[in-house]
Design a protein. Structure first.
Length: 398
């Protein structure tokens, strides 16, 4: 029995390969018409073949012949019409060509960056070290610009430390207990709280707060537009205000001439509590119920632990007015949890940016009132809506 011819590779067509020249298909026979003898075309040069475009489909075919049909490199080169070295290179290279990134490789690799960050954040003292010293202690040699880029790649930057009241261990524990107690309060719950606080405004303090950068040439340093004015000792304006949800309460200017230069328990009870109580009554108006009856929707009250607020005289007055039981417990040293602190900060920032800047107490008083009036309900609601997050952060950063 004659041996059976092997099955052709499924990757090759029965028709002549388009990659082969027609000269390889002519046998060495005579032409009957002319009698001349046709010579067989020479074998293609495997080392210097005719140039063939190496397309993506051709690469795939070469790999298939090698990986699935197990053809040798020379046979694939002969069939396709390319150099054997080309076939070897295609089969040895990754399926997806890897583009080399331009530029020189990074000096600080990811493991080194992680090591630098771990050292820089290991303690309070380490966080205060300059980046160059962090690198020196971690055994890394790099320029300041390289270190800045490395820390930036990990999400870290050098920033001015924020000022916060000092928290003792006892105060931290009290704040933590408070955050656990109010952890389940929703935004709707916090929008039923009247937030109250006092704040001090001073022309000199507002004008000199922070660094002011200006654009000037040499010799223009004494131009009025390039100066930050300094004021003599001016009287501080003290104000008290409150709000609930998107509703603003009264803004009260402290009358130092008639109420005293400082806020005491007696003066607070006499001049502030009546406004506080009146706004609470306004926000606690009876609400209609489905059964036709009406029920007062009492709201909560908030104030910090300043001495005039905690004094027995003040607390007894709140009890007499029947509102002492509606004050929520407030932890000590916790301005970060009160949204009204953000209101004061915004007002002072806007006053600082005013042009012309208020240069006396009368102009400052007008500016304070205008900025309070400019605070919108949407801004207040957004601040109150952030309170649940503030409560959670007390636990996270304990």
């Amino acid at each position: 029995m004659a041996p059976t011819a092997p099955n052709p590779s499924p990757f090759l067509s029965s028709s002549p390969s388009p990659f082969l020249s027609s000269r390889t298909l002519s046998p060495d026979v005579s032409d009957p018409a002319t009698g001349s003898r046709a010579t067989q075309a020479p074998e293609p040069n495997l080392f210097f073949p005719s140039r063939v475009a190496i397309t993506a489909s051709l690469r795939a075919k070469i790999r298939a012949l090698r990986e699935h049909a197990a053809w040798p490199f020379r046979r694939i080169a002969h069939e396709i019409g390319v150099a054997t070295s080309t076939v070897f290179s295609i089969c040895s290279s990754p399926t997806t060509p890897q583009k080399q990134k331009p530029g020189r490789p990074k000096l600080l690799t990811t493991p080194i960056r992680k090591r630098l960050v771990d050292f820089a954040t290991a303690s309070q003292a380490n966080r205060r070290l300059p980046l160059t010293e962090v690198a020196e202690r971690a055994g890394v040699k790099a320029s300041l610009e390289t270190l800045r880029n490395a820390f930036s790649a990990e999400g870290y930057h050098r920033r001015i430390a924020r000022s916060r009241p000092f928290l003792s261990t006892k105060t931290k524990a009290t704040r933590l207990d408070w955050s656990h107690h109010y952890a389940d309060w929703t935004r709707a719950d916090w929008n039923k709280v009247i937030w109250s606080d006092e704040s001090a405004f001073n022309v000199g303090g507002l004008s000199s707060s922070g660094k002011v950068w200006v654009t000037r040439q040499a010799g223009e340093e004494d131009l009025e537009d390039c100066l930050v004015p300094k004021f003599g000792k001016l009287e501080t304006i003290m104000v008290w205000a409150c709000f609930k949800g998107g509703h603003k309460g009264p803004l009260i200017f402290w009358d130092k001439d008639n109420w005293g230069k400082t806020v005491t328990a007696a003066s607070f009870a006499a001049h502030i509590v009546p406004h506080f109580h009146r706004f609470w009554e306004q926000e606690s108006q009876p609400q209609p119920q489905p059964d036709g009856e009406s029920e007062s929707d009492y709201v909560y009250l908030q104030q910090d632990n300043a001495s005039p607020h905690r004094a027995a005289l003040t607390q007894n007055l709140f009890r007499t007015l029947g509102i002492w039981g509606y004050f929520i417990d407030w932890p000590p040293c916790s301005p970060d949890c009160s949204p009204i602190e953000n209101v004061w900060r915004t007002m002072k920032q806007h006053i600082r940016q005013r042009s012309p800047f208020p240069t006396n107490n009368q102009a400052l008083r007008v500016a304070i009132q205008e900025e309070w009036n400019a605070i919108t309900s949407a801004e207040l609601i957004a601040l109150v809506d952030s309170v649940p997050t503030r409560v959670r952060e007390v636990s996270l950063f304990f």
